[in-house]
Design a protein around this ligand. Structure first.
Ligand SMILES: *[C@@H]1O[C@H](CO)[C@@H](O)[C@H](O)[C@H]1NC(C)=O
Ligand SMILES: *[C@@H]1O[C@H](CO)[C@@H](O)[C@H](O)[C@H]1NC(C)=O
Ligand SMILES: [Zn+2]
Length: 290
């Protein structure tokens, strides 16, 4: 999702940016469940005792500060593909020199482990990774069309709730499914997803979700995750093109069709983040022994 100059203040006032705080906290709760001992110690140290859900939306406040404006472009990748006919990500085409979510995840992963940086730089790197591994699962964070769906007007419920397709995926769909928008809601939403990861509908799928490999592969995993989310733009978000949703109420059949897709993306985010942080903690330990 590209930020045009007029859009940033609009996004701020309507609270529209990436999964809402509820979605990001859910990803963080799930990840926390999967942290091993070393990752618990490392994250608690770098976050000065704060929990993952506490800081999961920090990057969305920071991007709108003067000092954090540079990080705006790191929340997405603008795939210039041909929805709904062909969805794909090409780094040379879609990730500009200033960066995108794919290079940002690789960069901040490396920075968590970089001893030449200050404590606060490494802490920020961790907070970015926790946030961006959530964002990269949101299909419309991997799409250029209509500013990642921000310019596709939709209604939620009735004419009084006018929003846009990007915001509907960030908030309306997951928050309707979870039954609220608060951090407290995210804890119970996360628990139901963890159950599905352990013994339910995701238990046989989750191994594939982390098959992209090592943190040492640079953009390998973040690119695979972005491609995974981008495919969903063609298959589920806009399979019939923009006309199907533009100026329509999407809280009925569209919501029913997509709610489990959104939930599964949040499940992937939590599981991928948890195991990613374990790998970072492992690399940190090996570094100490070397
Ligand atoms: C890596 O992170 C630093 C610190 O925030 C930032 O200045 C730099 O632009 C980032 N590089 C990439 C490629 O994202
Ligand atoms: C539209 O939805 C809002 C929020 O749910 C509600 O307060 C309002 O009464 C509804 N209006 C109509 C005409 O149904
Ligand atoms: Zn974000």
């Amino acid at each position: 999702m590209k930020a045009s100059t007029f859009l940033a203040p609009l996004l701020l006032t309507t609270g529209v940016y990436s999964w809402g705080p509820m979605g990001h906290a859910t990803v963080a709760y799930i990840a926390q469940h999967y942290l091993d001992g070393a990752a618990r110690i490392l994250t608690s140290h770098l976050l000065s005792g704060a929990s993952l859900p506490d800081i999961a939306s920090w990057a969305d406040s920071y991007r709108y500060t003067d000092g954090g404006a540079f990080s705006q472009v790191f929340h997405y990748i603008d795939a210039h593909d041909q929805v709904p006919h062909k969805c794909n990500i090409k780094m040379e085409r879609d990730c500009p020199p200033e960066g995108c979510i794919v290079t940002a995840i690789a960069n901040y992963t490396e920075r968590i482990l970089n001893d030449d940086l200050s404590f606060s730089e490494r802490a920020d790197a961790l907070k970015f990774v926790i946030h961006f591994i959530g964002d990269v699962q949101q299909p419309l964070h991997t799409e250029n069309l209509a500013v990642g769906g921000n310019e596709i007007t939709v209604f939620w419920g009735n004419e009084s709730v006018k929003t846009n397709l990007h915001a509907a995926w960030d908030r309306n769909i997951p928050e309707t499914l979870a039954g609220g928008s608060t951090i407290a809601t995210s804890a119970s939403f996360a628990n139901s997803i963890i159950q599905d990861l352990e013994t339910g509908i995701y238990s046989n799928l989750k191994k594939d979700w982390t098959s992209c490999g090592s943190i040492k592969r640079g953009i390998g995993c973040p690119k695979a995750w972005a491609q995974d989310a981008n495919k969903i733009v063609c298959s589920d978000v806009l399979p019939n093109g923009v006309e199907e949703v533009q100026n329509k109420d999407i809280s009925g059949a569209y919501y029913e069709r997509n709610k489990m897709i959104a939930r599964q993306q949040i499940a992937k985010g939590g599981y991928r983040l948890g195991l990613w942080l374990n790998k970072i903690a492992k690399a940190e330990q090996l570094k100490c022994r070397a």
